[in-house]
Structure formats: structure tokens, C-alpha cells
Ligand binder design. Structure first.
Ligand code: ACO
Length: 324
């Protein structure tokens, strides 16, 4: 008998305000055509004044609980991936815990920027496999609009706000790749790439929250290569290959990265869940958002084999293979 962390529910939340590319034409020297052709993004959502990352996360968490038919008190833990928490401390996870009315268990944040949800999933899986928790809510929630420099056309057009949540439950499996649940994880980081993608402020440096800085074309080069490699490694670990994949659910940063990675993995685009056109890059929220939207569209079905992969600041990158 093998314990597996099996998906019991999924949900998402997007702030009401939709920001089309055309809005940026009035802010910086850019065009809708440039943004679409270079990134695939058509619009993104921005949180309202006073709407915080934990508000977005709590709404996604409530949607996932409803999908699973569970109460907040059924959960043992919340693992929340974010780089844009409400406050320096306490964690956004504990704020979500309070907002959904959960007073038992434990909650903490994971920070691996755009790779955050993959890192959070791997941590939640480890909590379940070790027996520390039976039911874990895994959330990706971000308000990247709060750390954008709206004078920098090379970054401000790319990001958006949102949240997605997944509930994992310990379930007995057979120990084979036919099991439902998380089948393998593969995580990496290399801090020597710090300057490619960072925020130029923080508690122990400037005392401010700072703004996002990115050498986009350098990150792009690393992205396709590292994402395809980690996805292959995770599939190998699960005893599976690209031909077994029903859906790649990638981090939604740029359609060209998504297409390049799928091509390297030899998986056709018909088997890739794509939401970047509607959400922009929502960092740690992008994969759970895509999982929730992919299920709602009728793409992702019970028994499907999914590969999630993401790369972000650090650099940090990784992949999780799971059967839905
Ligand atoms: N509008 C018009 N022109 C622009 C804009 C804009 N919004 N932004 C940049 N340009 C210009 C540049 O100034 C440059 O002009 P130049 O040739 O005169 O110098 C030209 O467009 C080309 O710039 P590049 O940066 O080379 O363009 P590229 O094709 O690489 O696309 C992009 C840029 C979209 C940022 C791409 O590199 C990318 O997606 N990179 C990866 C992003 C990513 O995946 N990040 C990881 C996750 S994010 C996280 O962890 C927080």
C-alpha cells in the first residue's frame, strides 16, 4: 500500500477589474500588437484598492472547498505560495486560514516566485506522505500589480493578479503510475541567477517593498531549456514518458515559452492548458488558476495524467506529475 496525495477539489478567484492591453498604450510606449505577439497576453485582472493577496486566496480556497464538498475544519494545513503577501508577517496563509474560518491545523507561506505553486505542491505532498497532514489546501495567490513599475514597459505589461487553490487528501494507492494523485516531484534553484529577475526592495535592504526588475530575454533563454528538462525528469521519476501526458499545465508567463517547452517535450499544443491570454503572468497563482479553468472548460478529467512545470525568480524551477 502506498499513500498518495490525491486532488479532491479545485477553485479560483480573479479580481473584477479586467485590464486590456490597450490600457498600457496610454501609460508607456507600447502597443496591443507588441504585447500579444511577444507574450500572447490579451488582458489581465488587477485587484481593487484594499483587495489583498489573502482576500484573493480566501476566495479561491472557498471555491475549492465547495468543489470538494468540504468544510474549512476538514483541513489539516494550508500551504500558500506567494511573493506578494499582505504584510511582511504573519503569513498570508494564516490570514486565509482566519478568513475561511479554520481554527485547527497549521498554515504557512512558500516563496519561490513563479515556481511557488510547484514548490508548494511538493511540500504539501511531503506533509501528506510523512503523515503530518491528511488534507492540505495548496494555494497560489498574488497581487503582482502592487510591485510593478508602471514606467517600465518591459515588465508592467506582463503580469496580473489572481488566485487558485487545490485540496489534496491522503489516499491509498497501489504504488504504480496508474494511481491517482501526485506521482513525482522535481525541484531546482540556482541563486547565482539572482539579477535576472528580482524585486529591488525588501525588509532588510531598502525597507520598502520595491519593484519587479527582469532581464526578460535572459529568463526566456533559461525557461524553455530548464522547464523541458525538469518535466522530463519528473516523468522519468514516475516511470512515464511524454506519450503518457494528457495535459501539460504550465506556468503561464509567455505563450512562446509554453509552445517552446511543449515542442521540446514532444507534446502537441492540443494537450496544453493555456490561460495566459486572459490572466497574464500571475506568478504562483498561474498553475492553480489554469488547473481550475482547465477543469471548468472540460479539458481536465478524472484519471488524466498532468504535468505542471514552472520557473521564476531565483532562478527556481520545477515540475510535478500527477494523475487527476
Ligand atoms: N512594448 C514595446 N516594445 C517593448 C516592450 C513593450 N511593452 N517591452 C520591451 N520592448 C522592446 C525592448 O525595449 C526591445 O527594444 P530594442 O530592441 O530597441 O532594445 C525589444 O522590445 C525587444 O525586447 P526583448 O526583451 O528582447 O523582447 P523579447 O522578445 O525577449 O520579449 C518578454 C520580452 C516578453 C519579456 C520575453 O523575454 C519573456 O517573456 N521573458 C520571460 C518572462 C518570464 O518567463 N519570466 C519568468 C517568470 S516571472 C517571475 O518569476 C516573477
Amino acid at each position: 500500500m502506498t499513500i498518495r496525495a490525491v486532488v479532491r477539489g479545485v477553485g479560483h478567484y480573479l479580481p473584477a477589474r479586467v485590464v486590456p492591453n490597450s490600457e498600457f498604450e496610454t501609460l508607456v510606449d507600447t502597443t496591443d500588437e507588441w504585447i500579444r505577439s511577444r507574450s500572447g497576453i490579451e488582458q489581465r485582472h488587477f485587484a481593487a484598492d484594499g483587495e489583498t493577496t489573502s482576500d484573493l486566496g480566501a476566495n479561491a480556497a472557498k471555491a475549492a472547498l465547495a468543489d470538494a464538498g468540504m468544510e474549512a475544519s476538514d483541513l489539516d494545513a494550508i500551504v500558500l505560495a506567494t511573493s506578494t503577501a499582505d504584510l511582511t508577517f504573519p503569513s498570508a496563509a494564516t490570514m486565509v486560514q482566519a478568513k475561511i474560518g479554520m481554527t485547527n491545523g497549521f498554515a504557512f507561506d512558500v516563496q519561490a516566485v513563479c515556481a511557488g505553486f510547484v514548490f508548494a505542491l511538493a511540500n504539501a505532498n511531503a506533509l501528506i506522505l510523512s503523515g503530518q497532514a491528511k488534507r492540505v489546501m495548496v494555494i497560489g495567490a498574488e497581487t503582482f500589480s502592487r510591485i510593478l513599475d508602471f514606467n517600465d514597459r518591459s515588465t508592467c505589461v506582463l503580469f496580473g493578479d489572481g488566485a487558485g487553490a487545490l485540496i489534496l487528501e491522503a489516499t491509498e494507492g497501489q504504488g504504480t503510475s496508474a494511481d491517482q494523485g501526485i506521482l513525482s516531484t522535481d525541484l531546482h534553484s540556482d541563486g547565482s541567477y539572482r539579477d535576472l529577475l528580482y524585486v529591488d526592495g525588501g525588509v532588510s535592504t531598502t525597507g520598502t517593498s520595491g519593484h519587479l526588475r527582469m532581464q526578460g530575454n535572459q529568463v526566456f533563454r533559461h525557461a524553455v531549456e530548464k522547464l523541458a528538462e525538469t518535466a522530463h525528469t519528473a516523468l522519468d521519476k514516475a516511470g512515464l514518458g511524454p506519450g503518457d501526458v494528457d495535459w501539460i499545465v504550465p506556468h503561464q508567463a509567455n505563450i512562446r515559452i509554453i509552445e517552446g517547452t511543449a515542442k521540446r517535450m514532444q507534446v502537441p499544443m492540443e494537450r496544453v492548458v493555456v490561460t495566459v491570454q486572459d490572466h497574464g503572468n500571475t506568478s504562483a497563482a498561474s498553475i492553480p488558476l489554469a488547473l481550475s479553468v482547465g477543469k471548468a472548460r472540460g479539458q481536465i478529467k478524472t484519471g488524466d495524467l498532468l504535468v505542471t512545470e514552472a520557473i521564476g525568480g531565483g532562478l527556481s524551477w520545477g515540475s510535478v506529475v500527477l494523475r487527476w
